[in-house]
Ligand binder design. Structure first.
Ligand code: GLN
Length: 184
């Protein structure tokens, strides 16, 4: 299985390294052509408005939607989770709408804008979770499985073959989330 990492902005390089640790040789995706060559896609953390705008400019929004609709696995982390959501509270930024969730950006507040904790994630187990100006899930639609919560808010979820986390699994040694995504 050839895995692609969306490499428009953000920490795509860390995902490439994390996926490499699981024995895969991921490629960077910047164009619809690149997307055509992969069987799964990781959307990294970064700045969701920037990644969204660049994805619009590069003509990637519809191709990613179409591939996801035909069953391509997608992992979205932090800004990547925002991009995978259907709706963003108080924002009309471009999103892919792959998972029926509404997310709130920078939701954990300024005082604690970044933190780490141990988190039990359904289907993955206990992981060290790094939150950096992270979103949370404000509401979930039918068919969305919540996999982890923090402060009573969903921070990991799955719908079909799309897995999203509000935290950054690519920033720890823990490969559990990537392994779950790969179905390893
Ligand atoms: N705060 C960023 C956003 O709203 C996400 C932060 C991150 O990816 N670490 O897009």
């Amino acid at each position: 299985m050839k895995i692609g990492v969306l490499a428009l902005q953000g920490d795509f390089e860390d995902h490439r390294v994390a996926l490499g640790r699981l024995g895969t040789d991921p490629v960077l995706v910047r164009t619809p052509d690149d997307l055509g060559g992969v069987d799964g896609l990781v959307i990294p953390g970064g700045e969701s408005t920037t990644i969204g705008k660049l994805a619009v400019r590069r003509g990637l929004i519809e191709p990613i939607r179409a591939r996801a609709a035909s069953g391509m696995p997608v992992l979205g982390t932090c800004a990547g989770m925002i991009l995978c959501a259907r709706r963003v509270v108080d924002s009309d930024q471009p999103v892919l709408g792959l998972v029926d969730i509404t997310v709130r950006r920078n939701a954990f507040g300024r005082q604690v804008d970044s933190f780490e904790c141990d988190l039990d994630v359904g289907g993955v187990g206990r992981v060290r979770a790094v939150f950096i100006r992270a979103p949370w899930v404000e509401s979930v639609g039918e068919g969305v499985e919540v996999l982890a919560e923090r402060d009573g808010r969903p921070v990991a979820a799955r719908q079909g073959r799309v897995l999203v986390t509000a935290f950054h699994p690519e920033l720890t040694e823990d490969t559990g989330v990537h392994a779950a995504f790969l179905g390893v």
